[in-house]
Design a protein around this ligand. Sequence first.
Ligand SMILES: Nc1ncnc2c1ncn2[C@@H]1O[C@H](COP(=O)(O)OP(=O)(O)OP(=O)(O)O)[C@@H](O)[C@H]1O
Ligand SMILES: [Mg+2]
Length: 165
Amino acid sequence: MIHVVRLDKSFLVAGKAVPVLRGVDLDVATGEMVALVGDSGSGKSTLMNILGGLDRPSTGQLLGGRDVSRLTVREWGRTRSRDIGFVFQSFNLIPTATILENVELPLGYRGMAPGARRQRAVALLDRPGLGDHARRYPQQLSGGQQQRVAVARAPVGPAQAAAGR
Ligand SMILES: Nc1ncnc2c1ncn2[C@@H]1O[C@H](COP(=O)(O)OP(=O)(O)OP(=O)(O)O)[C@@H](O)[C@H]1O
Ligand SMILES: [Mg+2]
């Protein structure tokens, strides 16, 4: 569940605050599917970054089941790793790691044991037809293939982490 109250976000550009989000109220129920639609530059990624805890609002509140505005950086990190799956607009794959390692990495952060993590990563890459490319590096793949790796890397959940322990 996501509950956003009167959220504002400005960016500092050359010393001046440029407002991007103004008074955003948003409620998303558990299991609800939402598409964020708007012109290029209208603030979709900015809002997603705040919802995902990668950025902070200038003012306003984001509540995700509990009051996440009060979480410490460390607690936020743990929450992100456990509860939030991200597919970045610019993929953000690690260039020096194979795509198998890219998918394995967050599973490790979630506490999955090495053997289980490898097995899971192979399965996640098989699904979008990338199994044969597991040992390649991101720059050896097409844009669409890289995007599918980013999608394969996103799934999260305590059940998954627990299964590997
Ligand atoms: N770090 C930043 N510093 C200054 N301005 C920024 C920064 N990030 C984004 N902006 C500005 O904020 C506005 C919203 O950007 P955002 O990336 O959220 O747009 P978007 O809706 O995701 O666009 P697109 O559809 O092109 O991905 C844009 O005008 C952008 O120039
Ligand atoms: Mg964007």
